[in-house]
Design a binder for this molecule. Structure first.
Ligand SMILES: CSC[C@@H](O)[C@@H](O)C(=O)COP(=O)(O)O
Ligand SMILES: [Zn+2]
Length: 205
């Protein structure tokens, strides 16, 4: 676990920005450090040109421990990161991005679970089954962010997800993992699956 993961987050954001998943100020990334606090991207920053002063370090309860200036506020979606780290003690990175495909597939069902196709790529999300029947949880995109975080908490406490990922409808995907590298892998694999789903519809599958 890194004590200063800001350069790792900057590189990840730049990569996702170039992939079109963090356009403008979209998305937020955080990484937990050994003392249990986490570094999270500041709110409203362009995600293609983050610098080390575009971060805030917080405790799990939301107390700010380090910020470059009082005007630098943590991501507006920090409550979701707090919820994920509280629910999943093994999570050390939580990445949230906005891709076009994630938004399209979130409309492929009216239910609150999106069925995923039984692709080999699911193994990259930790699903080692033959002909897997896996779903990804979908949440309503409330304007009130803490309400989304509460929905996630309420649902996952009763029904843990089968993959370390969730969708917020018409908004984007959030993944969590035991390292920043694994979180990037999960994101790339989930987005590949979403691209496949959109392409499959286009060719009439
Ligand atoms: C195009 S920015 C949309 C925001 O409302 C939000 O969804 C987001 O992902 C970024 O918010 P931020 O506060 O910069 O972390
Ligand atoms: Zn968002």
């Amino acid at each position: 676990m890194e004590t200063n993961p800001r350069q790792t987050i900057i590189a990840a954001a730049s990569h996702f920005y170039q992939l079109g998943w963090m356009m403008g100020t979209a998305g937020n990334l955080s990484v937990r450090i050994p003392d249990g606090s986490f570094w999270i991207t500041a709110s409203g920053r362009n995600k293609g040109e983050l610098t080390s002063t575009d971060f805030v370090r917080m405790k799990l309860d939301g107390t700010i421990i380090e910020q470059p200036h009082p005007d630098v506020r943590p991501s507006a979606e920090t409550s979701i990161h707090q919820t994920i780290y509280s629910l999943f003690p093994e999570a050390e990175a939580c990445y949230h991005v906005h891709s076009i495909e994630a938004n399209l597939v979130s409309r492929f069902t009216d239910s609150d679970n999106l069925p995923l196709p039984p692709l080999e790529m699911l193994k990259g999300l930790g699903v080692w089954e033959e002909n897997p029947q896996v779903t990804m949880p979908i949440f309503v995109n409330h304007l009130d962010l803490p309400r989304i975080a509460q929905d996630i908490c309420d649902r996952f406490e009763i029904t843990p997800p089968s993959v370390s990922a969730l969708l917020i409808r018409d908004h984007g995907i959030t993944v969590w993992a035991s390292s920043p590298r694994e979180a990037s892998n999960f994101l790339e694999i989930a987005e590949y699956i979403f691209r496949y789903m959109v392409a499959a519809r286009t060719v009439g599958f």
